[in-house]
Design a protein around this ligand. Structure first.
Ligand code: UT7
Length: 321
């Protein structure tokens, strides 16, 4: 038994921000950003929230799957930038879309969060607890990005993507792997509220995202091909049988490095980072939705979804569309 993606949806904030606009904030250039990352623009929230973007993406995923909200049994929202400590974004989505019969909770594995949530949904369905799930990756990273740090603020964007999955007899997800390395937690981090109570007060650190870009870059280019090969082996499929590699949209040079190491032509690696930047846990379902709506995903097609991020975390999923 496995799960199959039956519908996709996505949502972006209204405000698009060009590289030129970023040059007014930090010492950088459109040319540098394009050459080093492939990014030309991103969408930035002017009021949209993790929950509102996720809700829009979920409604579209349900419409696409021709399902109603009250049929949904599980809602998972992957996010590392929620507005609230409580209630979780998934419960806000449940309220917003009227999915009163679902259990709902959030999950944080940074940019690999959507894949970890997909794997979680698969485990719930496989064990017979639920028959279906609505899974969103949603981020408003613009509130944790340091807009004075040119090493990070050029990269990230806000947005959400979602999929509706259901139990299936054959096909669907064929192989899955996920890994974490907590020893590398400092490479990409963002502290939350620091401890402060009537009995203790810790001097606050600046609670913005901090990143060692080069370290993440080399982690991704070394680790992701291995992770993908591991998932392909589990699925019993060769690299050459994969039509599309839907990778986390962090940097075009990372994607090129991964395609070279795998020995797969770059035509099999679609991107949308040019327009939306790195949207962390939203990036894979956002791209998947764009491909689905353009009619580029055909039944029987073999896809690999793969991502990496803070933790460090990484994962890969092989599926038949
Ligand atoms: O979702 C996972 C999250 N993170 C990532 O995926 C990040 C992965 N890493 C990257 O994408 C790249 O490492 C970056 C795009 C962040 C940086 O590119 P890079 O080619 O690794 O640049 P670098 O950090 O090695 O810096 C090269 C030069 C430095 O100047 P010097 O020391 O050579 O004079 C930087 O100070 O570029 C400079 N620099 C910039 N210049 C203009 C760094 N950021 C900028 C900038 N504009 N925005």
């Amino acid at each position: 038994m496995s799960i199959r993606i039956l519908g996709t949806g996505s949502a972006l904030p209204e405000r698009a921000v060009t590289n030129e606009e970023i040059t007014e904030l930090v010492d950088t250039s459109d040319e540098w950003i394009r050459e080093r990352t492939g990014i030309a623009g991103r969408h930035i929230s002017t009021g949209e929230t993790v929950a509102s973007l996720a809700s829009r993406a979920c409604v579209l995923a349900l419409e696409n799957a021709r399902k109603s909200a009250d049929e949904v049994e599980l809602i998972l929202v992957a996010t590392c930038s929620p507005e609230n400590v409580a209630p979780c974004a998934a419960c806000q989505v449940q309220k917003e879309i009227g999915a009163g019969n679902a259990a709902a909770f959030d999950l944080n594995a940074a940019c690999a969060g959507f894949l970890f949530a997909l794997h979680t949904a698969w485990a719930y369905v496989e064990s017979g607890i639920y028959r279906n799930a609505l899974i969103a990756g949603s981020e408003v990273l613009s509130k944790i990005v340091d807009w004075e740090d040119r090493g990070t603020c050029i990269l990230f964007g806000d947005g959400a993507g979602a999929v509706y999955v259901e139990k299936c007899g054959d096909g669907g997800i064929l192989g899955f792997v996920q890994h974490s390395d907590g020893n590398k937690g400092d490479v990409l981090s963002c502290v939350g509220r620091t401890l402060e109570n009537p009995f203790f007060r810790r001097i606050s650190e600046k609670n913005y995202l901090k990143m060692d870009g080069r370290e993440i870059f080399s982690f991704a280019v070394r680790q992701i091909p291995k992770t993908i090969e591991e998932a392909l082996e589990k699925a019993g499929i060769a690299v050459g049988d994969v039509e599309l590699f839907v990778l986390h949209q962090a940097n075009r040079r990372i994607i090129e490095g991964i395609s070279k190491r795998l020995g797969a032509d770059e035509v099999h690696f679609p991107t949308n980072l040019e327009r939306v930047g790195n949207t962390s846990s939203a990036s894979i379902p956002l791209l998947l939705d764009e491909l689905n709506r353009k009619g580029e995903l055909k039944p029987g097609m073999r896809l690999v979804l793969s991502g990496f991020g803070a933790g460090l975390t990484c994962g890969a999923c092989v599926l038949e569309w």
